[in-house]
Design a protein around this ligand. Sequence first.
Ligand code: ADP
Ligand code: MG
Length: 260
Amino acid sequence: MLKIDGLHKSFGDLEVLKGIDLSMHKGEVVVLIGASGSGKSTMLRCVNFMEMPTTGRIVFDGKPVGKIHDKLGHVYYVDSDLAQHRAHVGMVFQHFNLFPHMTVKQNVMEGAKTVLKLDKEECEHRAMKYLEKVGLAWKADAYPSSLSGGQQQRVAIARALAMEPALMLFDEATSALDPELVGEVLETMKELADEGMTMLIVTHELGFAYSVADRVMFLADGKILEQGKPEEVLTYPKEERTKKFLRGHGAFRLPEPQLD
Ligand code: ADP
Ligand code: MG
C-alpha cells in the first residue's frame, strides 16, 4: 500500500530526514514515536506531499508518486498526480482547522464536493455516514464553535474519512486537547483501526500505541532507530535513546518497561 524508499528531506542546510524506509501493507497500523524535532511531522507531510521530499520516493499502491526526471536529471512533481495522491491520503492534525462559518455537515462535505466533485446528494450522504461513524450525526447542523475540542477533532476525522482515503495520517491528533477530551478521539481512532483502516500515526499516547499499533517505530535525528511490535519497542527497547525517551514518558500503565 505505502512504501517509502530512502526519504531525505532538508530545509536549507538542515537535514531533517536522513534516509527513511518504510513499507506498510493494507490494514496495518504503524505508530511513529520520537522526541520533539526528530522529524515525525516532516515525515508525514512528505507522505502526502505537503512537503516535497529532497530525495527518495513515495510509492503508493505500487506506483511512485508524481515524480519525473528530465534528461538533465532534474526532478519534477506533476501537480495533478500529487492532487490525486492527496485525495487518497487523509490527514488529521493537532489543530483541526474546521471552517467556522460552515456547519459541521458542510465541513465534512467540503472535500467530497470541491476535490472529488461528487454531486450534492452523494456529498450529504457521505457526510452523514461518516458523522455517524464518529458519533456526531446529531451535531450535523451545529457550528464548530459550539462543539468541544474533542468533538471538533472527531469532525475533522469524519471530514478526512468522507474522502474515503486508502491511508490515514494522524499527526498528534490529541496533543492540543484537554486531558478529559483525549479519550473520545483515541476511541474513534481505535475503532477505525479495528475496522481495518491503514493508519500511520504520530502520538505521544503510548498506552494507545501499545493497544492499536501493529508496529511501533522510534524516530531519532531523522532516522528510524528502532522498530518492532509494540510489546518489543515499548516494553523491551534495545536502543539507549529509545529507553531514554520512554523514561521521559514513563507514566503509561503497561507492563513495566524493562529499562535495565
Ligand atoms: P517533530 O514533528 O518530530 O517534532 P518536525 O518534523 O516538526 O519534528 O521538525 C523537525 C525539524 O525540522 C525541526 O528542527 C524543525 O524546526 C525543522 N522544520 C520543520 N519544518 C520546517 C520548515 N518548513 N522549514 C524549516 N525547518 C523546518
Ligand atoms: Mg510534529
